[in-house]
Design a protein around this ligand. Structure first.
Ligand SMILES: *Cc1c(COP(=O)(O)O)cnc(C)c1O
Length: 409
């Protein structure tokens, strides 16, 4: 008899984006002439940079040439990409990350999900709330989350991040072993300063906890006091794994390339208290279950760091940031409470009055034909908020903001 992993049966359906699609389709059917603007987009929309396309073409030609053809590459990534990452993402910031601490992969979604393979099931896991759903669901699948009771998993520790605490997560009262932090944050668009992140690194060092730091939106940082890497924080190499992705940085959501940093100074422990290198475990896991990112894609990722590539990639990020700024300013001028949008493509809006997330979503769709994402879809503490994004076009963004001027709440 085939026995299944019953943890999967605990997972509720993921209805957020299908519910949104259904509501939008119903509205369209009833109002075929309406010009709907989608500001709920959580995906990039601009094409790959010319430098990336050129590198892809060259690499494709190499693959068709017997003398340059490549088969299996190193599972951890080719030296040309790993060394470029070390140089451009770490060394220039004065951070000493070594090549064998970097693992190139097909995405941060996979890496933040798969990292649980090397971590025990008895760990107590903390997540900030609202949150990127992958962190929760993959812990449910592994059996670390317990049961869903009144909308919360009873073995997970939820750390609310709301306007009341200025979106700065407070240290948990109970001891936790694993902490997921994502900054700049999806969905709230907020950041932590170096001092605020130091508090978490210190906590992790005191408690021998692990911080899983998701830096997918690092390229959107514009302010000086926002750390670009958790390794800018003293002691972080002993307690933190960092996930970085080319998806939002360089429009690779459909191209697929990311990397994960597991410092050699980072130890996990056996039940009897023996220290074991997490770098060694992740290397074993990665080389056993993964066979490397395609050569052509790694060449494309490398091209993001050439002088031309950097300029082109930055121009696209700036375009999204400009959109986010237009939304942020427009909504602020209307008297709404708005967060994010400065170091992030995401704008997190407090719903007016006592409106729920879905109430505000319905209002924007029906009255202004604008689609956002209800905050409650990202966790209980997202209730009373709505996420808008700068990933649309400039024209649509401007049009949406001008429609919002007609808001009557
Ligand atoms: C988009 C995103 C990622 C990137 O995932 P990939 O698998 O690399 O595309 C990672 N974390 C968060 C929070 C994201 O929003």
């Amino acid at each position: 008899m085939i026995l299944i992993n019953e943890n999967y049966t605990k997972l509720p359906g993921s209805y957020l984006f299908s519910d949104i699609a259904r509501k939008v389709n119903e509205f369209k059917a009833a109002h075929p002439a309406a010009n709907i603007i989608r500001l709920g987009i959580g995906d990039v929309t601009k094409p790959l940079a010319p430098a990336v396309i050129e590198a892809l073409h060259d690499a494709v030609d190499e693959m068709g040439d017997a003398s340059a053809f490549r088969g299996y590459g190193p599972e951890q990534g080719y030296d040309f990409l790993v060394n470029t990452i070390v140089e451009n993402d770490y060394k220039v910031r004065g951070l000493d990350i070594e090549a064998d601490e970097i693992f190139v992969s097909d995405g941060s979604k996979s890496d933040t999900g798969n990292i649980g393979d090397i971590l025990g099931l008895d760990n107590i896991v903390a997540i900030t709330d609202p949150v990127y759903p992958v962190y929760i669901d993959t812990n449910v699948m592994a059996g670390r989350a317990g049961n869903l009771v009144d909308g919360k998993w009873d073995r997970l520790v939820y750390i609310p991040c709301t306007a009341e605490n200025d979106f700065v997560p407070e240290l948990p009262k109970q001891k936790v072993d694993i902490i997921y932090l994502c900054y700049p944050n999806n969905p709230t668009g907020t950041t932590l300063t170096k001092d605020q992140l130091q508090v978490w690194v210190d906590y992790a060092r005191r408690n021998k906890s692990l911080i899983l730091f998701d830096g997918a939106y690092e390229a959107f940082i514009t302010e000086g006091d926002v750390p670009h890497s958790i390794y800018e924080i003293e002691g972080a190499k002993e307690v933190a794994i960092e996930f970085r992705s080319f998806s939002k940085t360089a429009g690779f959501t459909g191209t697929r390339c990311a990397y994960t940093v597991v410092p050699k100074a980072l130890m996990g422990y056996t039940k009897s208290g023996d220290a074991v290198s997490l770098n060694r475990l992740w290397n074993r896991r990665h080389t056993t279950k993964f066979n490397g990112v395609p050569y052509i894609i790694q060449r494309a990722a490398e091209a993001c760091y050439s002088p031309q590539g950097k300029k082109q990639v930055k121009a696209v990020v700036d375009y999204y940031l400009n959109n986010a700024g237009i939304i942020r300013t427009g909504l602020t001028d209307l008297g709404l409470q708005v967060y994010g949008g400065i170091n992030s493509p995401y704008i997190w809006v407090k719903t007016p009055g006592s409106m729920t997330s879905w109430g505000f979503f319905d209002y924007l769709l029906n009255e202004l034909n604008i689609v956002g994402t209800p905050g409650v879809g990202f966790g209980p503490s997202g209730e009373g908020y709505l996420r808008l994004t700068g990933f649309g076009t400039l024209d649509n963004t401007k049009e949406a903001v001008s429609r919002l001027k007609d808001i009557s709440l």
